[in-house]
Design a protein around this ligand. Structure first.
Ligand code: UDP
Length: 322
């Protein structure tokens, strides 16, 4: 199949491309604002471009006869989305609509969208099922929720079929240690803790330790980036067979607190990791743990890696790029 992967030079997109090229023809479209060109598998065709460039997108669809789109090219930082909602709505929504309209024009009727557990806001029930109320508390989550809803309207109106994958917290690196997480301004927990282990930072600031959780720090459901990549292959096959618009949680169903993650990093790296307690970060729900049953049962996905392996693989990668 000919697959267009937007954001295929980013952390999650590049891992998906690495899996997809084993079976499919892949065209990566990425503006390289946040992506790394060297992360794109050499079996994929790389085109540098922005989703606001409708002309370029149209030409790409015509030239490459795209059959399905995987849409990763979104901004994804909760903190930043508070300070700059217009940036989030402009790219994650307006540019997303551009992409959808080019798809419709070119008779492409399948898309897999990178959604997020941020659509749930502060969940009322844990583990979170897909039917849980959607009530995002930051513009990032709002943009994901609205885009999912738009996809449903596009199904009704234009017969566009989609699968939205609501990722929980993604971690780890490729098994051959060739690609991993590399952000210009890192904000994520595990990479920052590993930077402390590498003496690139003095400490890890824990954002709040008086949450109503077992040790007072936030709880998250971490899922390996390679498992996420494989979820895209499974979703692709499933969508081809079933042609129904759906949303799924992608997590392991296991929650770990920020303090537990830091302890695991200490054990795995065998390094001291200094901790400083800081104030809560705006927009952080206390607990986000998936119920991934629907995706597992309907689509047949299962995670291969646990939190220790995620940290081990991330640690291998961080030592390499140090
Ligand atoms: N976190 C933290 N210190 C940091 C970065 C993150 O305490 O320097 C916490 C954050 O408050 C959240 C969890 O770690 O509870 C995961 O945050 P991350 O930014 O990795 O992912 P998010 O859950 O925002 O997608």
């Amino acid at each position: 199949m000919k697959i267009l992967v937007t954001g295929g030079a980013g952390y999650i997109g590049s891992h998906a491309v690495k899996e997809l090229v084993k079976e499919h023809e892949v065209i990566v479209y990425d503006n390289l604002e946040l992506g790394n060109k060297e992360f794109v598998d050499e079996k994929a065709i790389f085109i540098q471009g922005d989703l606001s460039d409708t002309k370029k997108l149209n030409e790409l669809f015509e030239e490459h006869k795209i059959e399905i789109v995987m849409h990763f090219a979104n901004y994804a930082l909760v903190g930043e989305s508070f300070e700059n909602p217009s940036k989030y709505f402009e790219n994650n929504l307006v540019n997303g609509f551009n992409l959808l309209d080019v798809m419709i024009k070119n008779n492409v009727n399948k898309i897999i969208f990178s959604s997020s557990c941020a659509v749930y806001g502060i969940p009322k029930e844990i583990p979170i099922i897909e039917k849980h109320t959607l009530n995002p508390i930051n513009s990032y989550g709002e943009s994901k929720m609205v885009f999912e809803r738009v996809l449903r309207y596009y199904d009704t109106a234009y017969n566009l079929k989609s699968i939205s994958l609501r990722y929980f917290n993604v971690a780890g690196a490729s098994l051959d240690n060739s690609i991993g997480e590399k952000h210009k301004d890192e904000t994520h927990l595990i990479p920052i803790v590993l930077d402390v282990a590498l003496n690139k930072r003095d400490n890890i600031k824990i954002f709040g330790e008086d949450y109503d959780t077992k040790d007072g720090t936030c709880i998250r459901d971490f899922v390996h980036v390679v498992d996420i990549a494989k979820a895209h292959l499974d979703a692709l096959n499933y969508l081809g067979k079933n042609m129904q618009t759906k949303s799924y949680n992608i997590g392991t169903g296991q929650g770990y607190s920020v303090k537990e993650v830091i302890d695991l990093c200490r054990q795995i790296t065998k390094k001291e990791i200094n901790v400083v307690i800081d104030k809560k970060r705006e927009g952080d729900p206390p607990m986000l743990v998936a119920d991934p049953k629907r995706f597992k049962e309907e689509v047949g996905w299962k995670e291969q890696f646990n939190i220790n392996e995620m940290i081990e693989h991330a640690w291998n990668w961080h030592q390499k790029i140090n």
